[in-house]
Unconditional design. Structure first.
Length: 548
């Protein structure tokens, strides 16, 4: 789930959200969002401006939310010793957040009970899933809103040492819990179970645990073996339940993770600290491997990868054979076809007209398609000036109608699956091999729409024709149409779908003039040709050019 999708879902639950950076600081002045919930348009604008943003939820009355932040393993252990209920729970990079209904008067408090336990309520906020911190560690739900209802905060008011005004109470109550003598009257049942549970964790057998409990009981003058047996049974059930819960948590972690899985990262995320917990994790991971959920990766111990068995059935029998209606400049439409879900790539050297070509494609198709234009370089003023350069005769009957978005990376996160997406351009300055993966990610998001992607390439020379953009042949895998542009020259490097089965457009070249930085005109008496063979079948738009 993307940050945008999560933010909109939180909004539907009447939670007030704000954008945050990787250091958990708000990216906007968020005082007003303690009083009102941001609109969908505001949230989408934030995401467009900060595609890598994290997500904060404002606590307090506005969201009906008070959050207990346990920021260490000891804090979690102490709190879970006192709080036995169930509520929405979030695993954070360092601890756990427990979400509760807002209690009037509860305010932000730190170091509750002298531990790493903070309260976020009126005037506060928390970072929420699926945010990631600066180290790439994620916030994730242990129990989400769909799994459990928010508990009432009054159930933990006494135990956390916070009164209804939010002020710290005396810690004497908590201290008394820590220092009470075991096995005193009124606590014997609890203490007996505690001993049984500790022995069970140490893997003592049932009969051995029972013998220890009987020795303790007889020191009180008690001889009812059923009491001891009940405690042994309860302790073993808790151990088994905890192991089952750990297995569920590990599976949830695995299924929510992409890329490689390190057992050390699982330990850190799930706060596994004891030798037995680490051993259990190893057993669980091996079991998941035997089940085919994960498999070992490389030679490094404790490194796994998730086995992706999800498949998408292609219903080719009922598929629509109609191609995607699109008009392309310079008569390209008379040579090639595209289908819904396709990608086209334009690899162009600097200052050869890539942006002009993209704007011309928008102009030709904006009447029949919803178009989203992603630009990495131009601001609003420059884009307006660029559009106003188009001659009046070209836009008189086809006024501009498209959505412009400033974007330079992570296009797959915002691609419109059912629209025409124009990406101008896909920036990459090092690790060029990654661009093939970015194109693949965009392709996986497309449904009935298409994407036309501009990328940079080196200029061709007299001795060498540089066809591919940055990323080389890796950029050639997913596109069904691949064009290469140099100054005054465009080449069809790859065309998988031909307009005319008798005419192979692959390798065809056409020369042109770019008039006024916006209007493409073929050179006089030139046509698409390959190895000296000429082809004169053009679209209507190209025919208009020929007549000019």
């Amino acid at each position: 789930m993307t940050i945008l999708e999560a933010a909109l879902q939180y909004r539907e639950k009447n939670l007030s959200v704000i954008p945050c950076d990787k250091q958990k600081k708000p990216l906007v002045s968020w005082l007003e969002f303690q009083k009102r919930i941001a609109s969908e348009e505001e949230i989408r604008a934030w995401y467009t401006k900060w595609p890598d943003m994290n997500l904060g939820i404002v606590t307090g009355e506005i969201s009906n939310l008070t959050v207990l932040d346990c920021d260490s393993h000891d804090a979690v252990t102490a709190f879970r010793t006192l709080y036995k209920g169930q509520t929405v729970t979030v695993k954070t990079p360092r601890g756990t957040h427990y979400y509760f209904q807002y209690a009037e008067g509860t305010r932000n408090t730190v170091k509750v009970m002298g531990l790493d336990i903070d309260i976020r309520s009126s005037g506060g906020y928390v970072v929420a899933p699926p945010s990631k911190n600066g180290e790439g560690l994620a916030y994730s739900f242990i129990k989400g809103f769909k799994d459990v209802a928010l508990d009432i905060v009054s159930s933990l008011v006494f135990n956390t040492g916070v009164d209804n005004t939010g002020k710290n109470m005396s810690t004497s109550v908590y201290n008394s819990l820590q220092t009470s003598t075991m096995f005193e009257h009124g606590r014997r049942d609890e203490s007996l179970f505690h001993v049984a549970n500790c022995l069970a964790k140490g893997h003592m057998t049932d009969p051995e645990i029972k013998q220890v409990l009987l020795v303790i009981m007889r020191s009180w003058g008690e001889h009812d073996e059923r009491w001891a047996q009940d405690k042994v049974k309860s302790a073993m059930e808790r151990i088994n339940r905890k192991e089952r819960n750990l297995a569920e948590e590990v599976l949830e972690y695995v299924l929510s993770t992409t890329g490689y899985i390190l057992s050390t990262e699982v330990e850190k995320c799930l706060h596994l600290s004891t030798r037995q917990e680490t051993k259990n994790l190893s057993i669980i991971l091996k079991r998941l491997s035997n089940q085919g959920v994960i498999e070992k990766h490389g030679q490094k111990n404790g490194c796994w990868r998730r086995v992706d068995k999800d498949i998408e059935i292609i219903d080719w029998k009922n598929a629509d054979e109609k191609d995607y209606p699109i008009e392309l400049p310079l008569g390209l439409s008379g040579l090639v076809k595209l289908y819904p879900g396709n990608i086209a790539v334009v690899a162009g050297a600097s200052n050869t007209g890539k942006t002009a070509l993209m704007l011309e494609i928008i102009r030709l198709n904006q009447k029949q398609h919803k178009i989203h234009y992603f630009n990495s370089e131009m601001g609003a003023s420059e884009l307006k000036i660029r559009l106003n350069q188009f001659p009046e005769n070209l836009i008189k009957y086809n006024p501009w109608n498209f959505t412009a978005v400033g974007r330079s990376s992570n296009f797959a996160d915002v691609i419109q699956p059912d629209a025409m997406n124009i990406i101008d351009f896909m920036e990459v300055y090092d690790e060029f091999y990654k661009i093939g993966g970015w194109i693949r990610d965009i392709h996986s998001k497309l449904k009935s729409g298409i994407a036309i992607i501009a990328i940079q390439k080196k200029a061709s020379t007299k001795s060498f024709n540089q066809q591919f953009g940055r990323g080389g042949e890796l950029t050639l895998e997913k596109p069904r149409l691949y064009l290469s542009m140099d100054r005054g020259r465009i080449e069809i490097v790859k065309a998988k779908i031909w307009k005319n089965h008798d005419v192979n457009p692959n390798g065809m070249v056409r020369k042109f003039n770019l008039i006024g930085g916006c209007e493409f005109k073929p050179l006089k008496n030139t046509v698409w040709e390959v190895e000296g063979e000429k082809y004169t079948g053009f679209s209507s738009e190209a025919s208009r050019y020929e007549q000019d």
